[in-house]
Design a protein around this ligand. Structure first.
Ligand SMILES: Nc1ncnc2c1ncn2[C@@H]1O[C@H](COP(=O)(O)OP(=O)(O)OP(=O)(O)O)[C@@H](O)[C@H]1O
Ligand SMILES: [Mg+2]
Length: 380
């Protein structure tokens, strides 16, 4: 899939313009604070309706303007689709192929992006929530139905949390709690199953990509850590069976019930699970150097691209924001070779355009104070 063009109006500091990228590597270069990340964010937003930066949605509109508008033409499986999102008077409006759509589910029609930003180092070092969203986003990229699975689980979880919290004020309706536990176990099992299936498929891809990026040094392994199940499972292996998982989660919720009532929230379930990253038998969180952590994150993202390619028959669009200069020349060469080999349309931002390895099909843009300009190949 690829982005054919993107029109931006009043998005962050960017001037109203149309950007027409090439099908291979697109390099956006410019000094600090010119609008490079803002451009990557616009592509990410039009694809996912989310931003990767903190702050309120009102911050996305150019300061002093009444609203923003993004319009992308994308090619997905030989079909051209138009995605449009506008914000004005406090309301967001979505359009697909020129027709308004009410729900986000109708909006997501298969144009997918995979994003790498420096903040993604938290995938290795940070909290489990980042790793859970990596997994859930990958699943969503292949099938937007995953959003429904996550939302259903979260809705029941909120209900259960509200109920166990009531125990602080008085007795709780235990029949209702029992019913919610059953529903939560079912919804949770459906969610965990999808995550486990993804991880099974991702494991060999990740190991291969990591090997290639590092030239086969340390081995990287992935695992799923289901919180609160260790004492029930003992030494048994995690099984890929939804019925087994429903029973397991149901049992774990029952065992945990009095503690949940005391603490006022649900302590186990897929919302509390984690994905282990293991580098040569040690948790990567503790064992990886800065450069190793960066390579692990890149390997995860490239493995995601390849996994999506397998399922969707074409690769998603890859967004690499501010890769910095931490990768040495050798690793950079391997990275860009890998990207060209994957044949996915890529957007890279960098302060120094020399940082991106030359490629015949690279297209260069310079961003100066919110103006995006095509810059001729081969020099300034
Ligand atoms: N809503 C907004 N309206 C106008 N300007 C904004 C808005 N939001 C952010 N900006 C400004 O946009 C500018 C460019 O931000 P951006 O993060 O894209 O820079 P960058 O080119 O990626 O820089 P760096 O190389 O430092 O990462 C910043 O100076 C920021 O203050
Ligand atoms: Mg930036």
């Amino acid at each position: 899939m690829r982005l054919l063009d993107l029109s931006l109006t009043s998005w962050r500091n960017l001037a109203t313009c149309v950007v027409t990228p090439g099908s291979s590597i697109n390099v956006f270069h410019g000094d600090n604070a010119q609008g490079k990340t803002n451009l990557i964010e616009a592509i990410f937003y039009v694809a996912s309706l989310r931003t990767f930066r903190p702050g309120r949605i009102s911050q996305l509109t150019r300061w002093g303007s009444p609203g923003f508008r993004l319009k992308a033409r994308a090619e997905v499986e030989d079909r051209t689709m138009t995605l449009e999102v506008g914000m004005g008077e406090g309301a967001r409006r979505l359009q697909v192929d020129g027709a308004p759509v009410e729900s986000t589910e109708e909006y997501f029609g298969g144009f997918n992006v995979v994003l790498f930003t420096p903040e993604h180092l938290a995938l290795v070092r940070g909290e489990p929530s980042g790793r859970r969203s990596f997994v859930d986003r990958a699943l969503f990229n292949v099938n937007a139905i995953h959003l429904r699975v996550v939302r259903r689980y979260n809705r029941i979880l909120r209900e259960r949390n509200a109920l166990v919290k009531q125990s602080h004020a008085g007795p709780v309706d235990l029949v209702w709690l029992e019913a919610l536990d059953e529903q939560l176990a079912q919804a949770g099992a459906a969610l965990v199953m999808r995550r486990l299936e993804l991880l099974e498929e991702l494991k060999p891809i990740l190991a291969r990509v990591h090997d290639e990026l590092t030239g086969g040094g340390k081995t990287l392994r992935l695992g799923y850590r289901a919180r609160g199940l260790a004492e029930i499972l003992g030494k048994q292996q995690l099984q890929l069976d939804e019925g087994v998982w429903t029973a397991l989660l149901g049992e774990a919720l029952r065992r945990r019930r009095s503690e949940d009532l005391r603490r006022g929230f649900t302590g186990i379930g897929p919302h509390a699970d984690d994905v282990n990253l293991v580098l040569d038998d040690r948790p990567a969180r503790l064992a990886a150097s800065q450069g190793e952590a960066r390579t692990i994150v890149l390997a995860l993202k490239l493995a995601e691209v390849l996994w999506i390619h397998d399922h969707r028959t074409e690769p998603p669009v890859l967004l690499l924001d501010d890769m910095g200069s931490e990768l040495d020349g050798g690793r950079r060469q391997v990275l860009f070779d890998y990207i060209s080999q994957m044949q996915c349309q890529t957007f890279v931002t960098t302060v120094d355009r020399q940082w991106v390895m030359d490629g015949e099909k690279n297209k260069y843009f310079q961003i100066v104070d919110g103006e995006v300009m095509d810059s001729a190949e081969g020099g300034f």
